[in-house]
Design a binder for this molecule. Sequence first.
Ligand code: ZN
Length: 83
Amino acid sequence: MTARQLVPHVAMRPLWRCRNCGREWPCQPAKLSLLSEYRGNRTALIIYLGTLMAEANDQFAQLNPDRRVDLTDRFLNWARARG
Ligand SMILES: [Zn+2]
């Protein structure tokens, strides 16, 4: 295992980029690990993601007051889509 693999796919605030791969969070590995972590409890996952989305929304609004972004697809819709 390399050092890079030891870094979890978690969000760096306030930019919400993945600490491991640098993509917009949640990146694909983050989604997969969340789906596995919350297997059988999709409601809890949606609530958790909703909390993070609200936090990201606040932080993006502070960084870019003139630019409103809709984070629903990024944070929630992928989790709703399956099962
Ligand atoms: Zn990642």
